[in-house]
Design a protein around this ligand. Structure first.
Ligand code: PMP
Length: 360
């Protein structure tokens, strides 16, 4: 018998003891490519790196309210500084908002598949996930999501472009959805990849904020701005809701280095958005290449593509991995592949071309 089974265990919340930790992308081999975490493949800009180095007073606690950064964001977005909240990555703000809105007995509605962190964050809050299947075209089924809202619903999370399928929510779909959801139910519009969107029909949450008292828009510096390792993202929305997020936040988790990098990135925005255009064009090339090979890949709008490999997902991901490409497998549905370095594209398409021929 396993000796640990005889030892009395520490009493943990059973649902937490059963909860696996967040799954991180594997590292790539030195000659391979890490295409598993939707990171920005460009090296940090020298000006951003020197702003991080200059933030050297780290014997002191940071201004974790990030007031200077919030002021800069508020000015750009046309909102007040208290309508902006900064967190250590937008995922930490999702956690804060889930805790603020939903507890035991409450429900949180979101589409599935969507961002892998949502289910765990709902469980941590003690609430219950209500997952609404995506449409056959891999987009959110917003009418079904609105219909899934009950008396017990405290939060709905809408992700556009959706991680991992890349589909957008249109402005028309979103306004119909907001009209159908009671105005006392919080809605998070997770726009982590908004800067990569090419489709003009896509919703943009910021101009809608004045219309809906229950809407919070989430954005991040991790993807388009290339600051994933520094952990900084932000929410824009009603002050009362953001105050509740500030109340559930772990104190002082946004570092001065991250804030300095975000400010320097906004100052270098033109250059960074040029890079975003390069990545979006590369993404469209990959999409065209995959479709020419016979894949039915939905038109991607983030910095990643979705390969619907179905029951062959694990085998296909292993084949990509063996060739030096680390991707994110979501068995039994598909594989999410980040748009990475220019050199990774040819390699990717040569392997997917072989895989598609071996599919039954
Ligand atoms: N939302 C979505 C949809 C994401 O894909 C991610 C990152 N994978 C995040 C939020 C969190 O990003 P971060 O915490 O780095 O801001």
């Amino acid at each position: 018998t396993d000796p640990s089974a005889l030892r009395p265990g520490v009493k943990l919340r059973p649902e937490i003891a059963a909860l696996p930790p967040y799954r991180q992308g594997r590292a790539a081999a030195p000659d391979g490519y890490k295409l598993s975490s939707n990171e920005n493949p460009f090296d940090p800009l020298p000006g951003v790196a020197s702003a991080v180095t200059a933030a050297s007073d780290f014997n002191r606690y940071p201004d974790a309210t990030a007031l200077v950064l919030r002021g800069k964001l508020a000015e750009r977005l046309g909102v007040s500084v208290d309508e902006v909240h900064v967190g250590a990555g937008s995922v930490s703000i999702i956690a804060q908002l889930v805790l603020a809105a939903a507890g035991p007995g409450d429900e949180v509605v979101y589409s599935w598949r969507s961002f892998e962190a949502y289910p765990g964050l709902v469980t941590v809050a003690g609430a219950r996930s209500v997952q609404v299947p995506n449409r056959a075209d891999h987009g959110h089924d917003l009418p079904a999501m609105a219909a899934a809202v009950t008396e017990a619903t405290r939060l709905v999370i809408v992700c556009t472009p959706n991680n991992p399928t890349g589909a957008i929510v249109t402005a028309d779909e979103f306004s119909a959805f907001m009209g159908a959801v009671p105005s006392d139910v919080l809605v998070i519009l997770d726009e982590a990849y908004v800067e990569f969107v090419g489709d003009p029909r896509a919703v943009n949450g910021i101009p809608l904020l004045g219309h809906y008292p229950n809407l919070v828009v989430l954005r991040t510096f991790s993807k388009a701005y290339g600051l994933a390792g520094l952990r900084i993202g932000y929410a824009v929305g009603p002050v009362a809701v953001l105050d509740a997020a500030r109340a559930t936040a772990i104190p002082l988790s946004v570092t001065g280095q991250a804030t300095a990098a975000a400010i320097a990135s906004l100052d270098a925005e033109d250059e960074l958005l040029d890079r975003v255009r390069t990545i979006a064009a590369r993404r469209d090339d990959v999409w065209r290449g995959l479709n020419e090979q016979g894949w039915a890949v939905p038109k991607p709008q983030g910095n990643f593509v979705w390969l619907p490999t179905g029951e062959h997902t694990t085998a296909a991901a292993d084949e990509l991995f063996a060739s030096g490409l680390v991707v994110r497998a979501f068995p039994p549905d598909g594989i999410r592949i980040s748009i990475g370095e220019h050199e990774s594209v040819e390699k990717l398409l040569s392997i997917t071309g072989k895989i598609v021929q071996n599919l039954p």
